[in-house]
Design a binder for this molecule. Structure first.
Ligand code: FAD
Length: 423
């Protein structure tokens, strides 16, 4: 059978896989259950504006994602993403900015120049960070709380633990120290620009999934939106996918669904039994995004601020990033039980930074299973499965990052490389 590949799932992993297949000249069909591409990083329309299911931020170290975006929009760095030097501003208690110096000197200078820390704390942070960047043997079972226990309480509260929550979406007492170390090393141990924060300037679907799908179609592939795969029949010589209306046979299939949706599709396939049971042990963490529309003349003094003393960790000014004047996006991660009035509390957290007056509308979107909890000793499956025609992709596949866009796109591209090697 001539290679004819189906990708199931049109999130960032599936779109990366479909694009890579189409670019390699392989016949590809992408199936996405929803009408909108992008999965957990997709556009939603609210009050007539293109918003996102969750405010996202990328790191300069996300090289695979940035390369894919740049391949589709040659001017992406200007009009698709806004690159900012790493800064954590939490008035009036804390601020840290990494200057444009070679890494890791930029982190050292950022820590030594931080406002809100005493000299002993700055030196403790610098010494500890240097040790972490050079550490290659963090035991698998350690949590971030273990890893940071020698650090002063103030440093953990203002810096290391908020970084853990924003990078791993997992509280420090549950989060894997090893994955945290790897993210810190990726951000601060390479080039200065790896630690940059990149804010999307457009909705997440039009940043990558939609242009990737358009390119797949241009290259002769097929993209089926609002088309859920309901059954998989995995034989030795082909894999047949069933949807509500039809079935089609493929030489190979890449399953790029979220881990929480894998068992529904893969449980009947005996060769995928062990993966399904590993993934069944995952726990999930929510992320809430609260949009608050103020007067269009209102803007924050910076595009984002860190927040303390309440459920939200960050506030973003979408007027500055997306041209949506007066619109703020509050983000609250890892709150197991988010209080019903979390957005009121988040607005109160803004008081030390700005007092914008009453909003004209507000909308909270809570993604209850935003990401898997990135815990120690987590079993993350490989791309190759025990069935020679079925491959996996998604942010939970074994890799250097936690549940992020970069894990998703890396696994999507790599799943195609593994599949092509096998042909
Ligand atoms: C609110 C929120 C905030 C986040 N913030 C950040 C951030 O700031 N930075 C960052 O890097 N990451 C962030 N993440 C994580 C990031 O969004 C995910 O890691 C990434 O989008 C996962 O992509 P994926 O393709 O692996 O999976 P998914 O996005 O889950 O894609 C799977 C796709 O499969 C489809 N599907 C499922 N079953 C079927 C079926 N039977 N047939 C056809 N299609 C099917 C689904 O509809 C979905 O589109 C955030 C996530 C959320 C929810």
């Amino acid at each position: 059978m001539k290679p004819r590949v189906a990708v199931v799932g049109g999130g960032w992993a599936g779109c990366a896989a479909a694009l890579t297949l189409a670019e390699a000249g392989v016949a590809v069909t992408l199936y996405e259950a929803s009408r909108t591409l992008g999965g957990r990083a997709r556009a939603v329309e609210i009050e007539g504006q293109p918003l996102d299911n969750g405010q996202h931020i990328l790191l300069g170290a996300y090289e695979q994602t940035l390369q894919l975006i740049a391949s589709l929009h040659p001017t992406a760095t200007h009009d698709g993403l806004w690159r900012l030097p790493l800064a954590l501003n939490q008035p009036p208690d804390f601020s840290l900015t990494c200057p444009r110096l070679p890494a890791p000197l930029h982190l050292l200078a950022g820590l030594l120049g931080a406002q809100g820390l005493g000299w002993r704390e700055k030196l403790a942070a610098a010494r500890w960070a240097y040790g972490l960047l050079n550490n290659t043997d963090t035991p698998d079972h350690l949590t971030v709380s273990h890893l940071t226990r020698s650090q002063p309480e103030k440093l953990n509260r203002l810096l290391w633990h908020p970084l853990c929550v924003s990078a791993l979406n997992t509280p420090p007492d549950m989060a894997s120290a090893k994955v945290f170390r790897d993210v810190v090393r990726a951000a601060f141990g390479g080039r200065n620009q790896h630690s940059n924060l990149l804010l999307p300037r457009r909705d997440l679907t039009s940043l990558f999934p939609a242009p990737a799908a358009a390119r797949v179609i241009e290259l002769g592939g097929e993209v089926r939106q609002a088309c859920r795969v309901t059954a998989i029949n995995a034989a030795a010589n082909a894999v047949t996918l069933g949807t509500r209306n039809e079935s089609a046979a493929y030489s190979h299939v890449i399953l790029a669904v979220a881990p929480q949706h894998l068992s529904g599709l893969a449980a009947p396939i005996p060769q995928l039994e062990s993966v399904v049971s590993e993934v069944a042990a995952y726990r999930y963490q929510p992320i809430a995004t609260g949009y608050v529309q103020h007067d269009p003349d209102f803007r924050l003094s910076k595009p984002l601020f860190a927040l303390a003393n309440g459920p939200a960790q960050f506030v973003f000014d979408r007027g500055q990033s997306h041209g949506q004047a007066g619109l703020l996006a509050f983000v609250a991660s890892t709150s197991e039980r988010l209080p019903a009035d979390w957005l009121d509390q988040a607005e109160a957290q803004l008081q030390p930074i700005a007092r914008p007056g009453p909003p004209s509308w507000r909308k909270s979107i809570v993604e209850k299973q935003a990401t898997y909890a990135c815990v120690p000793n987590m079993a993350r499956p490989a791309i190759r499965t025990a069935h020679p025609r079925i491959f996996l992709a998604g942010d939970y596949i074994a890799g250097p990052y936690p549940a992020t866009l970069e894990s998703a796109t890396l696994s999507g591209v790599q799943s195609v490389n593994v599949l092509l090697e096998q042909l």
